[in-house]
Design a protein around this ligand. Structure first.
Ligand code: NDP
Length: 247
């Protein structure tokens, strides 16, 4: 185990499963203190136990990222507990695929609130701390932030929006030492697609995933660790990581 992140404090959202959980583990193994945030506290508790056994310092934080006040309180709690914040990983997200025509628009509200507004609230709350510590913000975007598909209009809009927000943020803060990192995974084997409410879209996604060797959450976590362990003068701004089998 290398300890490149010894003394650093990271906050990972959506740490109760998938990419967020794997990223919290990888950051902790690289020496970071990790605050793990999500709504399912029992999952966070299990991860806390696992990481504590490995000798890591872990803070579980119950958080719904769609709640602005809760986002502010979560960042404040981490900063108060550990004296600051070095790395914010905005990973929490939902992918409720489906056609625009006839869509259940409550899916749209959930995606925009979680994938876009949640990231914005947390970034805004964390920024003073990140500026103080010359830290980094990692945005877990998607290939859906680069390539549009039929049946993914609003998910695409959130991830394209996230990329736009992140580039504007980068221009604002990079010369003050804060690195903005956008990670764009292709298909990863996680629970993400289980939550799709449109049955046709869900079946399509499951078929697509079954036809390839998918990425594992750890593959994406490794990309995050790579980006945040570079020397201070190196900003890895964008990482596109897809399964080799994904066309
Ligand atoms: P998972 O469903 O396994 O993880 C999603 C995480 O987000 C969970 O920990 C969930 O925790 C959390 N979350 C969802 N809504 C909220 C909320 N309102 N407040 C707080 N936390 C929330 O999927 P992935 O690991 O795959 O997804 C992580 C990110 O990766 C997402 O942003 C997704 O768009 C992106 N991504 C995933 C890809 C894939 O193929 N899997 C491909 C490209 C990008 P809880 O329910 O406990 O709150």
């Amino acid at each position: 185990m290398t300890n490149h992140l010894q003394g650093k404090v990271a906050l990972v959202t959506g740490a109760s499963s998938g990419i967020g959980e794997a990223t919290a583990v990888a950051l902790a193994r690289a020496g970071a203190t990790v605050a793990i945030a999500a709504r399912r506290v029992e999952r966070l508790k299990a991860l806390e136990e696992r990481l504590t056994e490995e000798g890591a310092r872990v803070l579980p934080v119950e958080l719904d990222v769609t709640d602005e006040a809760a986002c502010r309180a979560a960042v404040q709690r981490v900063a108060d507990t550990y004296g600051g914040l070095d790395v914010l990983v905005n990973n929490a997200g939902v992918m409720l695929l489906g056609k625009i025509e006839g869509a259940d628009t409550t899916d749209w509200t959930r995606m925009v609130s979680t994938n876009l507004l949640g990231v914005m609230y947390l970034t805004h709350a964390a920024l003073p701390h990140l500026l103080e510590r010359r830290g980094a913000v990692v945005q877990v975007s998607s290939t859906a932030g680069r390539v549009v598909r039929a049946g993914g209009g609003v998910y695409n809009a959130t991830k394209f929006g996230l990329n736009a927000f992140s580039e504007s943020l980068r221009l604002e803060v990079t010369q003050r030492g804060v690195r903005v990192i956008v990670v764009e995974p292709g298909v990863v084997a996680t629970e993400l697609r289980d939550h799709i409410t449109d049955q046709e879209a869900k079946a399509n996604m499951e078929r697509t995933a079954a036809a390839m060797r998918q990425l594992q959450p750890e593959d994406v976590a490794a990309a995050v660790v790579y980006a945040v362990t570079q020397p201070e003068h190196v900003a890895v701004n964008e990482i596109l990581v897809r399964p080799t089998d994904q066309g």
